[in-house]
Design a protein around this ligand. Structure first.
Ligand code: F6R
Length: 588
């Protein structure tokens, strides 16, 4: 996964590189490093741990003309100093940071070894810097072009050459990389957020692009020829990542949900629905709508499937990492919907390539304008949720659900959705206005080691997302089960005190779900029922103001997010950056 940042020209490198890395550490935080070239002297510092730890070890200023930095999510090689980036070539001509995975690195390593190269790290990235040096015969661009021809896999690289203090080279394939145009300086990074504050003008690079930045200009090449790429503006408002007094991004982002949903209504309703007419007619004509996503976004897709089926459309959802290997036939003329908060999830990029290679239409719904998935989509829609910093996705899930409700309502021209979403907003606002009971219940359960999340229909979908939040943020082993499935095996795990979170938001399934809870309680489970107030009964511990049934997942999931958050807080866990995770999963 990893994030890279670099720049050339009149730059306060210490501030720019460290702040840039902080903005990118959602991409991984196993190790961090910087390299800055000052005339002939290369300053290099890298170490395991978070960016803050690196920053504490740096001098007060990093003078130089060109600099690069990296934050790592370890793929090849454990997170230690040797494996941290930047990597330096054997003869010390090149320094490089890399985001991606080099699939043929073992073969290249073997070849380089024969040519006398030795290696300091266990990473796939180190071979890239040595291969560049091996291919270098006085022209860095030619060395980059040749190296790109030999590499298989994904990479976004920023490269310094020891003899060229006024140039920062780059190359890109299948990992995100943007250029930022500044005044007397130019920048690059994995994400515009790392450059915001210095520029609002960006160039999104295409796969196969390489080139260089100089203080007053830049050049981009593809296949040996110069190419022009569009300059796009991105406002710094989107990247506001101030905590605004909250102790963690996760809780801040949960509290932003009502405003995110309002913004979504403003963007997709204006005297009627605001959706691309061509897209709507393609969806109507399609034999089926098939969703693809990962993690939380996948659970939002499962809600979308129900919405489409409710208007008589065939619909299904697949986990991207599985579908990419087995893109089974899903009918004559399918329409694909890809949900991705980041727009950079590697498994989805792979799926989208299969879809595009088959000339099939796809809609990407993302929070990231200019992201890889968005740029390659037939149609794209934004979630307008603002930057989501906490690794655990919260506000984006709610935005995804509301977006899908609006999209399906627009297909059947049902204007009632606006009122329904406003009811959802006010229900969530009431939950957020006083979450002290949720906090108390979570703190009382801080020693829970296992949890079952149970529901039927939409409530099962809320259970899936609730269990995921509990696992990733509070490190509690949590499983979601449809109520009817418990007796087919998992009930054997229920014993005195096992935590069960159950959901009731639906009249039709209430009686069966309640029977399940009674069965579990009589085996000693600690049952915490979350219910829509229309169905609340004595003993339900958490009740929320009524919403239409198809939106019941909204408040149920917000309550589950808060439960996971407070349980993690009670345990003193690193809520915004849980162990082993990264915000954007850019490797398969
Ligand atoms: C969970 C979480 C992940 C992401 C998943 C997909 O809280 O954040 O499960 O939902 O990695 O990411 P996107 O939506 O960026 O494709």
């Amino acid at each position: 996964m990893c994030g890279i940042v670099g720049g050339v020209g009149k730059i306060d490198f210490r501030n720019y590189l460290i702040n840039g890395l902080k903005k990118l550490d959602y991409r991984g935080y196993d190790s961090a490093g910087v390299a800055v070239l000052d005339h002939k002297h290369l300053f290099l510092k890298k170490m395991p741990g978070k960016v803050e730890e690196l920053s504490a070890c740096l001098p007060a200023s990093l003078p130089g003309t060109v600099g690069i930095a990296h934050t790592r999510w370890a793929t090849h090689g454990e997170p230690n100093e040797r494996n941290a980036h930047p990597h330096i070539s054997m003869k010390r001509k090149f320094a490089l940071v890399h985001n991606g995975v080099i699939e043929n690195f073992k073969a290249i390593k073997k070849d380089l070894f024969k040519h006398g190269y030795g290696f300091l790290s266990d990473t796939d990235s180190e071979i890239v810097v040595d291969l560049l040096e091996y291919n270098y015969h006085g022209d860095v661009l030619a060395a980059i072009k040749k190296t790109m021809g030999e590499l298989e896999g994904s990479y976004a690289c920023a490269i310094i050459h020891a003899d060229e203090p006024n140039r920062l080279y780059f190359m890109k394939n299948a990992s995100p990389l943007l250029l930022g145009k500044g005044e007397g300086a130019n920048y690059l990074a994995s994400d515009a957020g790392a450059m915001i504050g210095l520029t609002e003008s960006f160039v999104d690079l295409e796969d196969g692009d390489y080139g260089y930045l100089e203080p007053d200009g830049y050049a981009i090449f593809a296949d040996g020829n110069p190419v022009e790429r569009e300059i796009v503006a991105r406002s710094k408002d989107f990247y506001d990542d101030d905590l605004h007094g909250y102790p963690h991004y996760m809780i801040k982002e949960i509290h932003e949900i009502p405003s995110v949903l309002r913004r979504l209504l403003d963007n997709y309703l204006d005297d009627g629905f605001v959706f691309d007419k061509n897209m709507l007619s393609m969806i109507k004509m399609a034999s089926s709508v098939h969703f693809l996503a990962c993690g939380t976004s996948f659970y939002a897709c499962k809600v979308g499937v129900k919405y489409f089926r409710s208007i008589g459309k065939r619909s299904g959802a697949s986990i991207a990492s599985e579908w990419a290997y087995d893109p089974y036939d899903i009918g004559e003329n399918p329409f694909f919907i890809i949900l991705s908060q980041s727009g950079e999830t590697a498994d989805l990029i792979k799926c989208q390539k299969v879809i595009n290679d088959n000339n099939l239409p796809n809609l990407v719904v993302t929070n990231s304008k200019g992201s890889t998935l968005e740029r390659k989509a037939t149609f794209s829609s934004l979630l307008y949720a603002g930057v989501e910093v906490a690794v655990a996705s919260t506000k984006s899930y709610l935005a995804q659900i509301a977006y899908l409700a609006l999209l399906v309502a627009s297909l059947k021209s049902d204007g009632r959705v606006e009122g329904d979403i406003r009811t959802l907003i006010s229900s969530i606002e009431k939950i957020l206005a006083d979450d002290s009971k949720i906090k108390k219940l979570a703190y009382e359960r801080k020693d829970a080691t296992d949890a079952f999340y149970v529901g039927r229909g939409y409530d099962y979908l809320a259970a899936l997302e609730g269990a995921l939040k509990m696992k990733e943020v509070a490190y509690v082993h949590a499983e979601a089960y449809p109520g009817g499935e418990l007796k087919h095996g998992p009930i054997a795990l229920i014993q005195k005190g096992t935590l069960v979170v159950g959901y009731i938001t639906d009249a039709e399934k209430e009686a069966s779900s309640r029977n399940n809870f009674v069965e579990l309680a009589s085996r000693g489970a600690d049952i915490l029922v979350v219910s829509d107030e229309k169905y609340t009964r004595e003993g339900d511990l958490l009740s929320f103001p009524a919403v239409p049934e198809y939106l019941g997942v909204g408040p149920s999931v917000v309550i589950s997010q808060l439960l996971a958050y407070y349980l993690a807080e009670a345990k003193g866990l690193p809520i915004d950056k849980p162990r082993n995770l990264a915000k954007s999963v850019t490797v398969e």
